[in-house]
Design a protein around this ligand. Structure first.
Ligand SMILES: NC(=O)c1ccc[n+]([C@@H]2O[C@H](COP(=O)([O-])OP(=O)(O)OC[C@H]3O[C@@H](n4cnc5c(N)ncnc54)[C@H](OP(=O)(O)O)[C@@H]3O)[C@@H](O)[C@H]2O)c1
Length: 262
């Protein structure tokens, strides 16, 4: 029997590349995002190319009821899930006091609440099976506070902390938890987060979504708990631990570029 993976946010970027890599390994897929058309095209391409089964679920995962809906659909289809990839997420660039409060709430709902509830729903079944792997897509943003993206950084700090704690609790169960921590990556994230004006993505070598997905996928298969993509990102994450916190916030504010409040 083929193994099966649930991937949230599989319509573009890192999630889409993960879907391709897993399909290549003949893993059946459940792909979720809001964009049905994109999901249908991806399903058609992957089934044709690799002969796997792909179920698509069009869903807004920032809705409170969405994790249970997704879980129920998977159960109704009689699928046994071996991999859960909590990848869907977005950020928002700018001063907190100028931000759209509804967008911030949706970000917290998607990046934190849905990720947690999906994990709570699927993890016990994996433990019963005695095997499984969960990948939670965090970020290098998880390792320090992030002025100009304050809420986004805080959501990713949650994802990292939660993933590490759960990995410990599940030790010996056959189920692993990996927090994938990409740095700046060339995906739809930049425009979704209004980051075009930020220095964060300007003039740097930005990682490709495929490289990040490949790295994260391998790390998950090895059961690695924290997977920071790239040597420079790993050095930054390490050096931040040695810096006083006021220096860290100065540094992040600088690399993200200041924008005057209107
Ligand atoms: N790119 C970076 O620089 C970077 C760095 C560190 C971490 N990350 C993290 O990597 C993950 C993947 O992002 P990406 O970079 O690949 O960006 P992306 O290309 O914008 O992909 C985001 C995915 O999430 C889905 N999504 C967004 N909101 C959703 C919602 N409400 N309900 C369901 N699906 C939703 C999108 O699909 P639909 O639009 O079809 O719904 C899309 O498939 C995110 O968690 C992000 O925080 C990205």
């Amino acid at each position: 029997m083929n193994r099966t993976a649930v991937i949230t946010g599989a319509s573009s970027g890192i999630g889409l590349e993960l879907a391709g890599l897993m399909a290549f390994d003949r893993i059946d897929l459940v792909l979720a995002s809001r964009n049905r058309e994109k999901l249908e095209t991806i399903r058609d391409n992957l089934t044709k190319k690799y002969g796997i089964k792909v179920k698509i679920i069009q869903i807004d995962l920032s809705d409170e009821a969405s994790p249970d809906k997704l879980f129920d659909e998977v159960k109704k289809s009689g699928l046994q899930i071996d991999y859960l990839i909590n990848n869907a997420g977005f950020g928002d660039y700018g001063f907190f006091i100028d931000s759209d409060p509804d967008k911030l709430s949706r970000m917290i709902d998607l990046n934190i609440k849905t990720l947690t509830r999906l994990t709570r729903l699927f993890a016990p079944l994996m433990v019963l099976q005695g095997r499984g792997a969960i990948m939670n897509v965090a970020s290098t943003a998880a390792f320090q506070p992030g002025p100009l993206m304050a809420v986004y950084y805080a959501t990713k700090a949650y994802v990292l902390s939660f993933s590490q704690a759960l990995a410990k609790e599940l030790e010996g169960s056959g189920v692993t938890v990996t927090a994938l921590c990409p740095g700046a990556t060339d995906t739809g994230f930049k425009s979704a987060a209004n980051l075009e004006g930020s220095k964060l993505f300007a003039g740097k070598r930005i990682a490709s979504a495929l490289d990040v997905a490949r790295y994260g996928y391998k790390a998950m298969l090895k059961g690695k708990r924290i997977a920071v993509h790239g040597i420079i990102n790993s050095l930054l994450v390490f050096s931040v631990r040695l810096m006083p916190s006021s220096l860290v916030t100065d540094f992040v504010m600088k690399i993200q570029g200041r924008r005057k409040a209107e």
